[in-house]
Design a protein around this ligand. Structure first.
Ligand code: PEP
Length: 256
């Protein structure tokens, strides 16, 4: 069975104490998980250690911490960057790679992201790999070609075994991120099915069926259940709605 995942991307929000309080509030009301269900808290770097301590106390193996970025080099003169080993020291096992905000504001190219993916997988880390098209590409009906290129240039060089073990794909149409405009279930399902068909064509049926594909983009307490009910949607990458227990908990509960 494919993993079902709800990941909260806190971006550059919340102080450390606020973050710890949020995770405690969520933990206090968590549903009972099945083994294929997971929640990942992708906090700012400064919060990871404390949040990890909190979730470790629960001994709940469905809870994880994730970083929002990392560097592909092991060490050196990369001012402001963080290495994979540094994240592992904090107990982090997942990293978001290729978020549209990193691509847009920090000019992260498909090739650059490929290097990060390779470094993370060589270190047995779990990659939440983001893809998704801007509005003008959707309006020109070119979204499939856009997403295919992102996947081809950053992750489709991996072996079937490696991609299955280490990658979760998050489809995040840029026009839906932080805008309050959610992709319709039809739009989400169509793209997720397309991505699965690419996995089947590039690899095989087993790989296509085993890789989780999350939806991200204004997913909230009101629309999560409908989106997650789509055959090829295996959970969500959640921004704004991950910052409050009352909006994040119903999304976790919508994960089947
Ligand atoms: C995101 O940034 O990954 C995201 C999905 O944000 P939001 O849920 O706020 O649209």
């Amino acid at each position: 069975m494919r993993k079902k995942i709800v990941a909260g991307n806190w971006k550059m929000n919340l102080g450390i104490q606020e973050g710890v309080q949020l995770v405690n509030d969520i933990i206090a009301k968590l549903p009972v998980f099945q083994t294929h269900q997971h929640v990942i808290f992708c906090t700012p770097f400064t919060h990871l250690q404390k949040v990890n301590e909190v979730i470790n106390q629960t001994k709940n193996s469905s809870l994880h911490t994730g970083a929002q970025n990392c560097h592909d080099k092991t060490s050196g003169a990369y001012t402001g960057e963080i290495s994979i080993a540094m994240l592992q020291e904090l107990g982090v096992n997942s990293v978001i790679i290729g978020h549209s905000e990193r691509r847009q504001y920090f000019q992260e190219s498909n090739e650059f992201l490929k290097n990060k993916v390779d470094a993370l997988l060589a270190n047995k880390m779990h990659v939440l790999f983001c893809c998704g098209e801007p509005l003008e590409v959707r309006e020109a009906a070119q979204q499939n070609a856009w997403v295919e290129k992102q996947l081809q240039e950053s992750i489709f060089h991996l072996s079937a075994e490696t991609i299955q073990q280490g990658i979760t794909i998050a489809y995040e149409p840029i026009w839906a991120i932080g805008t309050g405009v959610t992709a319709s279930t039809a739009q989400a399902q169509e793209m997720h099915a397309f991505i699965r068909s690419l996995l089947q064509a590039t690899y095989d049926e087993d790989t296509a069926q085993n890789i989780s594909i999350l939806y991200g983009g204004s997913c909230n307490a009101a629309n999560a259940a409908e989106l997650f009910a789509c055959e090829d949607v295996d959970g969500g990458l959640i921004g704004g709605a991950a910052l409050k227990a009352e909006s994040f908990l119903p999304i976790i509960e919508a994960m089947k």
